[in-house]
Write a protein that binds this ligand. Structure first.
Ligand code: RB5
Length: 147
């Protein structure tokens, strides 16, 4: 599986931690689109880079991080084809895959500690979409893009 990851300056340390967790998975390739330092950057630019890979198929899924996870998840969800879930807990991470087929995970570097974030990522990486009635609902979400 190919994962593209990016963060603004509010989550650079969390991004490094998430990359360590992703390294636990065999066959997972990670592309990091930055940012790489403490200089302030605009989270919509990072969301756009990560989501471009998901939409084009260059990545199977994306992970976006900012201080709260809020701004970057809002930005990601403006991009057609993206279902970005901001997850602060493991239950939401599991449901975002099972019920919403989320293709992008968002978290906040100033909100979620490394331990919980690691469990969120492990859960999100290993949970499949349940399909069935949830497929109908996800299809309706995607149809909203054309209204
Ligand atoms: C940047 O200071 C901060 O606004 C950003 O990381 C994020 O929390 C926005 O939602």
């Amino acid at each position: 599986m190919k994962i593209t990851i990016g963060s603004d300056h509010g989550a650079v340390e969390l991004k490094e931690e998430v990359k360590k967790v992703l390294a636990e998975f065999e066959g997972v390739e990670v592309k990091d689109v930055g940012t790489f330092g403490t200089a302030s950057v605009d989270y919509p630019d990072i969301a756009e880079k990560v989501c471009a890979d998901v939409v084009s198929g260059a990545a199977d899924r994306g992970i976006v991080l900012c201080g709260t996870g809020l701004g970057i998840s809002i930005a990601a969800n403006k991009i057609h084809g993206i279902r970005c879930a901001l997850c602060n807990d493991v239950y939401s991470a599991r449901m975002s895959r099972e019920h919403n087929n989320a293709n992008v995970l968002a978290m906040g570097g100033r909100v979620t500690g490394f331990g919980p974030a690691g469990e969120i990522v492990r859960t999100w990486m290993t949970t499949d979409f349940a399909g069935g009635r949830h497929a109908r609902r996800v299809d309706k979400i995607m149809a909203l893009e054309n209204k």
